[in-house]
Design a protein around this ligand. Structure first.
Ligand code: AMP
Length: 291
């Protein structure tokens, strides 16, 4: 695996290669969830490029940016062991040579996709995500961009951005990888104490209960209220939202509406971190998607 720190060097290396290129953008502190993305990329492409870049423009709280875990040596070892070919590890000035204020994506509109959930609770977050992903795509020029279902709203925003900018890149979405306890893997889990880690496993159990409620035909708003209250009774958990939305528009799901997919998404504070997770349900099949 080659480690490259500048966009110019990356372009030189990639333009001397032939074959399909898959790109896996990350913020590092890598875990098995990230490795599932690398495995999906390796399985279907000739060259796999991963990036590790803690993008300052998508953090709405500087304390969260400062505390974000950074483990570059271990990350490089993991990527190499899983068959990644190129690691792009840039400095902020390489990604944003004209400063972080300039963005290709400032003219885009995401409408209902960013109106709720992370969009409502983390002002500016998705502008930063769109900015960094569009810039990284400009640098890497992959055939396929690989992202995780764990960040469901992020995938929706990036899909919309690709379409609005007319970019020629496929989007490959990989199901969420979980701990044995059911807790969705996340770089932020490293900051949880043992009791907090045990408590955080309840988040997925409450999402399961909501999915079971949807399968049984219970009203969405009641399920949201019930899950929110129940998560809130746990002394180590503080729910920020739990929403049942149409997976395509990310507007609140209306009971009985003929939607392709329902997303049940939540953000929960646990100790020093804010965790997000989601589960998907297909009403036409009365079945969970990627359980
Ligand atoms: P991050 O480093 O958190 O920005 O994540 C980089 C990519 O890995 C994003 O596309 C995430 O959705 C994906 N990802 C993070 N955690 C998981 C997980 N537990 N399972 C699958 N994909 C994940």
């Amino acid at each position: 695996m080659q480690t490259i720190t500048t966009a110019a060097a990356l372009r030189t290396v990639l333009s001397n290669q032939s074959g399909s290129v898959a790109f896996v953008p990350t913020m590092g502190a890598l875990h098995d969830g990230h490795m599932a993305l690398i495995a999906a990329a390796v399985a279907s492409h000739d060259i796999v490029v991963a990036s590790i870049f803690v993008n300052p423009t998508q953090f709405n709280e500087s304390a969260d940016l400062d505390a974000y875990p950074r483990t570059p040596e271990a990350d490089a070892d993991l990527l190499k062991a899983h068959g990644c070919n190129v690691l792009y590890l840039p400095e902020v000035k390489d990604v944003y040579p004209e400063g972080t204020g300039k963005s290709l994506t400032s003219t885009l509109g995401f409408g209902s996709l960013t109106a709720r959930m992370e969009g409502a609770n983390r002002p500016g977050h998705f502008d930063g995500v769109a900015q960094v992903v569009s810039r990284l795509l400009e640098i890497v020029q992959p055939d396929t961009l690989v992202m995780g279902q764990k960040d469901y709203q992020q995938v929706a925003v990036v899909r919309s951005m690709i379409s609005q900018l007319g970019l020629r890149v496929e989007l490959l979405v990989v199901p969420t990888v979980r701990e044995v306890s059911g807790l969705a893997m996340s770089s932020r889990n490293r900051r949880l104490s043992i009791p907090e880690t045990v408590a955080a496993a309840a988040i997925n159990r409450h999402l399961s209960a909501v999915v079971a409620g949807l399968a049984a035909g219970w009203p969405a708003r009641e399920l949201e209220g019930m899950a929110f209250r129940e998560i809130g009774t746990h002394p180590l958990l503080r729910p920020e939202y739990i929403e049942i939305c149409d997976g395509d528009t990310l507007l609140p799901y209306q009971d009985g509406a003929p939607v392709r997919e329902i997303v049940v998404a939540t953000a929960v504070h646990c100790g020093p971190v804010r965790l997000i997770d989601n589960r998907l349900f297909a009403p036409s099949l009365a079945e969970e998607v990627n359980p």
